[in-house]
Design a protein around this ligand. Structure first.
Ligand SMILES: *[C@@H]1O[C@H](CO)[C@@H](O)[C@H](O)[C@H]1NC(C)=O
Ligand SMILES: *[C@@H]1O[C@H](CO)[C@@H](O)[C@H](O)[C@H]1NC(C)=O
Length: 361
């Protein structure tokens, strides 16, 4: 492996993530960076119309993001997006990460661009934000989401391991080599590298992967808990095997949808002074939900690809990889980073703060 370049090692490692595909060549995997569009205390999926929502989020994607997002076809209403695929006006959001110093003050941990893969420069130069994946086993194997579709994965209130011997659809990896090394194995697939809890030791950076369900009931664009219209396959990834595109869908949710995965990299280097870590030896990072465990990491999604661009991409087969796929339109970093929405609930989220936004401690 040593003689192979970094990109090829990564490629091979990712290939292992989709074993059902019979080789990486036949799968479709969009992987693209999106700059941050806003950090704000609103949540148009779980808390529509509520200003402020209970906790802070980091958001990427199209400029229809607001206190509520209409169920209409936002892919044809939005004017700009922070993603490199410029027809993707969807919104994706997750919790932020904060460092809690020994004196009790908090500071937000910045997100940094992801590593180079498939020659994709955009993703290595995003402003904040994170990487989005859409994966399927190959040509014509998934049904793309419909306008108005939205879903939630994870539970902001979760604070303990779910089930026994099973892993959730969220994992963290401690980057502890130089230059954020240690990231060449597929996410949530390595029991030694990946944890469901926030890493306990010091890291260069912490990577968070959030994997959404891959089965849909074929009828409902949303559901009261934003989860029950979708499901994970009956045979995975209740186990921690990374992508679950090959899993069989349950009869209640027979329609296979693309697997969306978010990949966030938090730069923790400035927070590695042990004198500032808790005296009891525990780790100092906390999600914006007040969660020190990491089990409450969650991801929200509101679909917003223009017309049938996502379906076309997912159906285009082996030529669709990374940030270059068949006829999908792309944009440069500058216009993507210029796409912004106003902060609807202005508050201090980047200086030292006494309590987490929306929390009592
Ligand atoms: C955002 O939502 C607010 C309140 O619902 C509304 O007044 C405002 O017009 C919306 N902004 C945009 C750009 O749609
Ligand atoms: C708490 O500690 C941090 C890190 O040393 C420091 O920057 C911050 O100003 C302190 N906050 C207070 C309220 O003293």
């Amino acid at each position: 492996m040593k003689t192979i370049g970094l990109v090829l090692v990564s490629f091979a490692a990712l290939a292992q993530a989709v074993p059902q595909a019979g080789g990486f060549g036949s799968s479709t995997m969009l992987r693209f960076g999106c700059s941050q569009i806003v950090i704000d205390r609103i949540d148009p999926l779980v808390n529509p119309d509520q200003l402020p929502s209970p906790h802070m989020h980091q958001v990427v994607g199209g400029d229809m993001f607001n206190v509520t997002i209409p169920s209409a076809d936002i892919g044809n209403m939005a004017k700009c997006t922070t993603c490199s695929y410029s027809d993707d006006f969807s919104n994706y959001w997750t919790a932020n990460l904060y460092f809690k110093a020994r004196n009790g003050s908090y500071k937000r941990v910045p997100q940094i661009p992801n590593r180079l893969l498939f020659g994709d420069q955009f993703t290595t130069k995003t402003t904040g934000g994170f990487v989005v994946y859409y994966v399927s086993d190959g040509k014509n194997m998934v049904t793309a989401f419909k306008p108005g579709f939205r879903m939630l994965t994870g539970d902001a209130n979760q604070r303990a391991k779910i089930g026994s011997g099973k892993k959730s659809q969220s994992c963290f990896r401690c980057y502890n080599g130089p230059n954020f090394g240690g990231d060449n194995a597929a996410p949530c697939a390595d029991a030694k590298l990946d944890t469901e809890e926030l890493p306990k030791g010091q890291c260069q950076g912490i990577r968070s992967n959030v994997l959404y369900p891959t089965c849909w009931d074929g009828v409902n664009l949303d559901s009261p808990d934003h989860k029950s219209h979708v499901a994970y396959p009956s045979n995975g990834p209740a186990t921690f095997t990374g992508f679950s595109t090959g899993g069989k869908c349950p009869s209640t949710h027979p329609v296979k949808i693309p697997q969306i995965m978010l990949e966030i990299v938090w730069d923790t280097r400035q927070f590695n002074n042990k004198a500032e870590w808790p005296a009891d030896g525990s780790q100092p990072f906390v999600l914006s939900t007040g969660d020190k465990t990491g089990y409450g990491q969650h991801g929200d999604y509101v679909f917003g690809w223009k017309d049938n661009s996502l379906q076309k991409a997912m159906d285009s087969g082996a030529g669709c990889m990374g940030a270059s796929c068949g006829g999908l339109k792309t944009q440069a970093n500058a216009p993507a980073a210029d796409c912004k929405v106003p902060v609807r609930y202005p508050e201090n989220f980047d200086g030292w703060i006494d309590t987490l936004p929306g929390m009592t401690e």
